[in-house]
Ligand binder design. Structure first.
Ligand code: ITT
Length: 192
């Protein structure tokens, strides 16, 4: 079984990533003893994902991937975007983020949104990127407690329930993260 380091501290992401990559031995940042917080100062998902993966690769030299993701609303010029994790201010909190998003949308008719994920894989020292998206809209109020982050507000296209209400197995089939990780898997299956 090939070993890959998953360079994330987000427990919601870790749960989803584990079930998407059953054929790999996944090591967490704790498993490899990487304790630093990696800054995410950039305006693009690619640069932030690369910074996280690079820091961990420099630390351990193992094959590693990171994922930078966020929710983007055309009516808000792409916000929360790369700032999704701390949109409602610091210390970061999903509840504050969701509240700010709902406030920002008061009086705005277009509630369309998409999640975007960029996976950066450093494989045998070479950098590869994989992208996934998931389109939907923002509900009037939160519902459900599955998933994490903005999931109680995000209703994927073709559904009436939010990701907070849908089973995780359904989210995995549709989600930005699912799509990006499956693209990485296609690549990896050709390598190992
Ligand atoms: P790592 O950097 O350690 O991976 P993070 O939470 O800081 O964890 P990001 O910088 O990529 O990760 O921020 C992603 C944020 O976007 C996340 O905290 C949520 O607010 C939101 N988000 C991304 N994917 C999501 C999903 O599947 N469901 C709900 N919210 C999501």
């Amino acid at each position: 079984m090939h070993t890959l380091v998953a360079a994330t501290r987000n427990q919601g992401k870790i749960r989803e990533i584990k079930s998407l990559l059953p054929d790999f031995e996944l090591l967490s940042l704790d498993d490899i003893g990487f304790l630093e917080e990696t800054p995410e100062p950039y305006d693009t998902f690619e640069e932030n994902a690369h910074t996280k993966a690079r820091a961990v690769y420099n630390f351990c030299g193992k094959d590693v991937f990171s994922e930078d993701s966020g929710l983007c609303l055309p009516a808000l010029q792409g916000a929360p975007g790369v700032h999704s994790a701390y949109y409602g201010g610091l210390p970061r909190s999903d509840a504050k983020n969701n509240e700010k998003l709902l406030n920002d949308l008061i009086g705005i008719e277009d509630r369309s949104a998409y999640y975007k994920a960029i996976v950066c894989l450093i494989w045998k020292g070479e950098v590869h990127y994989f992208e996934g998206r998931c389109y939907g809209k923002i509900a009037e109020k939160p519902s459900g407690s599955n998933g994490f982050g903005y999931d109680p507000l995000f209703i994927p296209d073709g559904y009436t329930q939010s990701f907070g209400e849908l089973p995780i197995s359904e989210k995995q089939k549709l989600s930005h993260r699912g799509n990006a990780i499956r693209a990485m898997l296609d690549f990896l299956h050709k390598q190992v």
